[in-house]
Ligand binder design. Structure first.
Ligand code: PBG
Length: 327
């Protein structure tokens, strides 16, 4: 093996052009999925206290945001609704209302930016009075009964024009059930991006603020979301979801879970996404806003880290900022 001084590792780092020549990981707007929060009203933009710089927007403004994203080369938008409190019920039935915020936002995006993909979460938490992703009975989350509703929710979203169904509920068997329901309804090209390895994380805190489930949530989600201490279990979850018909898989949260991203990508070699979740956004945003971190360098480095670990793309609230930096 060549050693010093024949080998000087710094030779390749001596200038910007040499560093660019040997760079192993690159970023492009194609790596970004931009999550947006939809709320009721018109020309409405509501700040989210724990996510500075992120807003809930009414359907018309979502259309404008999607147009901007498409022009920046971002391939896909993810939608999350802030359901008005009077529409939240024990059984989350607003999830099955064809005129709900998500369905209207899909139509608006398709009208304003037909070339961008739309991804929708499948789960009941934006719609339930108790804030859980599934039906709650006697303090327990009902698995199979929830899956039946999730299939209907997925079909509704696809009818409204959604391209990617992203089940985030962590019920057992939901990918197979949703895939069968889609095939039975001849939705053969609908993509499924499964939140396969989703951990019961404290980093979702600001998101629950954003969709208004923080105070409502009774208990925690540990009987369905994964224990942050486990990795082998994440591989089992991914294997199951792929076997049941997922086209792509996701690891969530992101930066604290890059070891999971790396293992999933190495093991399965399928399109693998990671979610830089709300708490990660707020930590970075807060440090930037306080002048503790340099914004541009921090955003690019954090995204590069995801890609280096093996992610094919990242859901991030910074998507627009990063796409602008890359432009
Ligand atoms: C709920 C859902 C959550 C997120 C995406 N879908 C929160 C949760 O599981 O409580 C979190 C996203 C984020 O924190 O940015 N099905």
């Amino acid at each position: 093996m060549t050693t010093f001084p024949a080998l000087r590792m710094r030779r390749l780092r001596q200038a910007d052009w040499t560093r660019r020549m040997v760079r192993e990981t690159t970023l492009s707007p194609n790596d970004l999925i931009w999550p947006l929060f939809v709320c009721a009203g018109q020309w409405m933009e509501e700040p989210i206290a724990s996510m500075p710089g992120v807003f809930r927007q009414s359907v018309d403004l979502i259309g404008k945001a999607a147009r901007e994203a498409a022009d920046l080369g971002i391939p896909c938008i993810a939608l999350f609704p802030f359901t008005q409190p009077h529409n939240r019920t024990e059984d989350g039935r607003e999830a099955l209302n064809p005129d709900n915020l998500v369905c209207r936002a899909i139509a608006e995006i398709k009208a304003k930016a037909p070339e961008i993909g739309v991804l929708c979460d499948v789960a009941l938490d934006p719609y339930t009075s108790h804030g859980h992703d599934g039906l709650l009975k006697d303090g327990r989350i009902l698995n199979d009964e929830t899956v039946d509703i999730l299939c209907q929710q997925a079909l509704l979203q696809v009818k409204a024009g959604c391209d990617i169904i992203a089940p985030s509920d962590m019920m057992d068997g939901r990918i197979g059930a949703i895939r069968a329901a889609l095939e039975a309804a001849s939705h053969k090209d609908t993509l499924i991006l499964s939140y396969a390895a989703k951990f019961a994380s404290a980093f979702y805190g600001p998101f629950r603020d954003a969709i208004g489930t923080k105070t409502a949530l009774t208990g925690d989600k540990k009987t369905y979301q994964m224990d942050p201490a486990n990795t082998d279990e994440a591989l089992r979850e991914v294997a199951l979801d792929l076997a049941e018909g997922a086209d792509m898989v996701m690891v969530k949260p992101g930066m604290p879970y890059l070891d999971i991203v790396q293992r999933v990508k190495a093991e399965f070699k399928v399109p693998t996404f990671a979610y830089q979740v709300s708490g990660e956004y707020s930590m970075i945003r807060g440090a930037i806003d306080n002048g503790w971190l340099d914004g541009e360098r921090t955003l690019l480095e954090s995204l590069t880290a995801f890609k280096r670990a093996g992610a094919d793309g990242v859901l991030t609230y910074f998507a627009r900022d990063i796409a602008k930096l890359l432009a």
